[in-house]
Design a binder for this molecule. Structure first.
Ligand code: ADP
Ligand code: ZN
Length: 745
């Protein structure tokens, strides 16, 4: 049989392999690995990634052909394709799902038309008598350039151009092809005040402190040697970590290499971008999912063309298509936002290290509260470790007080002690940050007579009261109902708003401190594009005196005039059913405490809690990460949790609870049965009902696999799953495998 061109396409569907297609003659000169194509799969047309191209004379019958090529050049280079393969394997995710999230948004496509054969003048003259519009179209196309429908319509000025083109195509005079619409250069937000057009080489604005210098020297030697090494920079907020990152990036750029700077939240990118632009000028760009498709696509192309040196972004920026990477910075490396919660469930921090290793680049992980795993790796010598133990300003770390809410008689959200401190701060013209780990007006509503609490009909989680629309809302599925005036259970009217949400605190403050301006910073208040930035600007400039916020305010912001931070309740994270709840509590409280006293004024922090003896709190109060680590690592070792074990979480979802439970049990049984194939011991925790036991009417069960190391453990989970699939699953149960899980809900 004759050899033909075939392609293996990675498709974003829950399958383990790529799919094979024929490449039609017309595409054989343009198609390349790393381009997207549209292909028929069953009755649908989907977009996939050209994974492999090859010629063979094997079976052709039954093979379908690709429909169209969606890119005019590859969007993933070889290095990224290899990284995709690693992610797919390690995180047990379909390769097509991985290449899909790695790729920029698809360019818009358009059809362009050209002549198949060029008719002579006489033919056109004849046509003009019968079909004047067609003749005109042909004349236009005779100029040689393929034209889009819109252009033809405009030039011909007839409404029926589409029909005529179709007829001409049928007759074989005209053919069309599909190409990407051309884009203009991206416009990116440039901070106001103007930036120097070129690079600002004046690194020597100030001298590095001895600690910064030591860190920089250590990391620089790895960069200069093109050695791929990971470093952990452990430093409290304001200790000058960012300055070290920027100098290291500068070092890489000096030798013609590129850099990626990751931050956990899109909301943090503008302020980092400002510092990056100031230093590195126009050859830096933002890359994250908050940009428009056109901007992202254009930025992607500029990076590929070598026009960009530094990219700042959240999680997905780790895939920026640089060829010659020198440094990846992962700021606040412990942050769970680096882990994607949907398939592919990758952790950008860990992917950064894998990518850097292949590229001979350096990774700098930075945090005041590193993940236990990271610090463990640093202590064991796997990562280089540098510490910045002092704040640059020399200012003391804030004084932290734990307020025992059990002693408060009044059920007000703010204790008397905290209220006095607030009044004090106001008097001194300082700003105050009130931190709360939840949204909404009130945590939940409860009937005082019968105890009924409204829950979501789909998800079984308690509904949150939102003052905006006087509504009770589900934070998982968005279900909403009217706020209760009467209890639907007993008809009683003593409905109480329990707990305190950001909105309620905002109102409380407005009432207690009339005349002082107060703003709220949470996902509700910042949903609109740009509103997060505006709010932060107002607060930074001192226009707003109080800021009430959820964990969005805890991250990274450099407020200079905050004298007091009040943690309204520390209890939410303590009580999470998660082996990391102690670590999370320590991290979030330390971080929010770090917002106080960053400028010239000394900072104070008050942590309100019903659980003042929790082991994390004393370490927060002493700003003692190492003390916390020492205590926590003992628990982990004893109970065999990371970093002493690999962990894979399996979540099973089904419309019927019995189906979810049954499938989870089957999985556990199968894993037990095959565990002798696994190196080291396998522990299975569960199966049990997931803490969020129902979302959108889907029941959820889960189990945890603990084994020696993750790569082999994730392959083990994958094998179990494929065996289970073969055994024909109980009706409609779906499995999700989460390797190195960060969230246990
Ligand atoms: P971090 O990233 O650890 O929070 P930054 O790098 O943002 O700390 O530094 C905090 C502040 O100190 C910034 O305003 C920065 O410009 C300034 N700074 C950093 N390094 C120095 C230094 N060596 N000398 C003087 N000021 C510095
Ligand atoms: Zn719900």
């Amino acid at each position: 049989m004759k050899e033909v061109l075939k392609t293996e396409v990675a498709v974003p569907l829950p399958i383990d392999t790529t799919l094979t297609y024929l490449v039609p003659e017309e595409f054989k000169d343009t198609i390349q690995v790393g381009m997207r194509v549209t292909i028929p799969v069953r009755r649908k047309v989907v977009t996939g990634m050209v994974w492999r191209l090859y010629r063979d004379a094997g079976k052709q019958r039954g093979l379908k052909a690709i429909r169209q090529i969606a890119d005019d050049s590859p969007v993933l280079n070889k290095e990224l394709m290899e990284l995709a393969a690693w992610i797919s394997e390690y995180y047990v995710a379909p390769i097509g799902e991985v290449t899909a999230i790695m790729s920029p948004p698809r360019p818009e496509l358009k059809r362009v038309y050209r002549l198949k054969a060029c008719p002579g003048d006489l033919e056109i003259e004849i046509m003009r008598t019968t079909h004047p519009t067609r003749a005109e179209i042909i004349e236009l196309l005779r100029e040689g350039k393929p034209l889009g429908m819109d252009t033809i319509k405009r030039k011909v000025g007839s409404k029926s151009v589409a029909e005529h083109l179709e007829a001409l195509e049928k007759e074989g005079q005209v053919v069309h092809e599909v190409v990407a619409r051309k884009r203009r250069k991206p416009r990116q937000h440039v901070p106001e005040g103007g930036v120097a057009a070129g690079r600002d080489a004046s690194n020597e604005r100030f001298e590095l402190t001895p600690h910064q210098q030591a860190a920089f020297d250590g990391i620089r030697s790895a960069i200069d040697a093109k050695q791929s090494r990971n470093f952990l920079l452990l430093g409290v907020t304001g200790s000058g970590k960012t300055e070290v990152y920027l100098r290291c990036i500068d070092q890489a750029l000096k030798s013609g290499r590129k850099a990626i700077y990751l931050v956990p939240e899109i909301a943090l990118t503008p302020q980092i971008m400002e510092r990056v632009r100031e230093r590195f000028g126009e050859r830096s760009a933002l890359l994250h999912s908050g940009l428009s498709n056109a901007q992202r696509f254009a930025t992607w192309r500029m990076i590929m063309a070598g026009d960009i040196d530094v990219v700042v972004g959240a999680r997905s920026a780790v895939f920026a298509p640089f060829k010659d990477l020198g440094v990846i910075v992962v700021d606040e490396e412990h942050d769970t936002s680096y882990k994607q919660q949907d398939s592919p469930r990758y952790n950008a921090r860990d992917v950064a290290m894998v990518r850097a290793k292949r590229a001979g680049a350096v990774v700098i992980l930075g945090s005041a509260t590193p993940a236990l795993e990271s610090y463990h790796n640093a202590l064991s010598g796997k990562y280089g470790l540098f510490e910045l133990p002092e704040r640059i300003s020399g200012g003391d770390l804030p004084e932290v007080r734990v307020v025992d809410m059990r002693l408060c008689e009044d059920p007000a959200p703010i204790s008397e002690e905290a209220e006095r401190a607030i009044a004090d701060s106001i008097e001194r013209q300082e700003q105050v940050l009130l931190f709360l780990n939840r949204r909404g007006f009130s945590n939940y509503v409860q009937c005082r007579d019968c105890g009924l609490v409204p829950r979501c009909k789909n998800c079984h989680v308690t509904l949150t009261y939102h003052l905006g629309g006087k509504q009770l809302k589900c934070h998982y599925c968005g279900y909403a109902e009217r706020g209760w005036e009467q209890c639907p259970g007993c008809g009683g009217t003593h409905v109480e708003y329990v707990g305190s949400g950001t909105q309620k605190i905002e109102d409380y403050i407005a009432e207690k401190f009339p005349g002082t301006s107060c703003a709220r910073f949470d996902r509700d208040a910042t949903r609109k594009k740009g509103s997060a930035e505006d709010l932060l600007t107002d607060f930074s400039s001192g226009l707003v005196r109080f800021l009430v916020g959820t964990q969005m305010v805890a991250k990274g912001h450099d407020f200079r005039r905050v004298g007091l931070v009040v943690v309204v309740s520390a209890d939410v994270s303590m009580n999470l059913p998660d082996f990391r709840s102690g670590e999370r509590t320590f991290q979030i409280l330390t971080q929010v405490a770090g917002r106080a006293g960053r400028g010239d004024i000394p900072g104070r922090v008050m942590i309100q809690t019903f659980n003042p003896d929790h082991h994390s709190l004393s370490h927060v109060a002493n700003h003692d990460f190492k003390g916390f680590y020492g205590e926590e690592v003992g628990f982990r070792e004893e109970l065999r949790y990371p970093p002493f074990a690999g962990l894979v979480r399996v979540v099973v979802e089904a419309r019927r609870e019995a189906a979810a439970k049954g499938a989870a049990k089957q999985f556990a049984g199968l894993a037990m049965h095959h565990s002798k194939n696994l190196k080291g011991n396998l522990d299975i925790i569960g199966p049990s009902r997931a803490p969020i036991s129902r979302i959108r009417n889907v029941y959820r069960w889960h189990l945890l696999l603990k084994g020696e190391r993750t790569p082999s453990l994730s392959q083990f989970a994958k094998t179990c799953l494929s065996k289970l699939r073969m055994k024909a699953l109980d009706e409609g149960a779906r499995f999700a495998i989460d390797v190195d899980p960060q969230v246990m809900m």
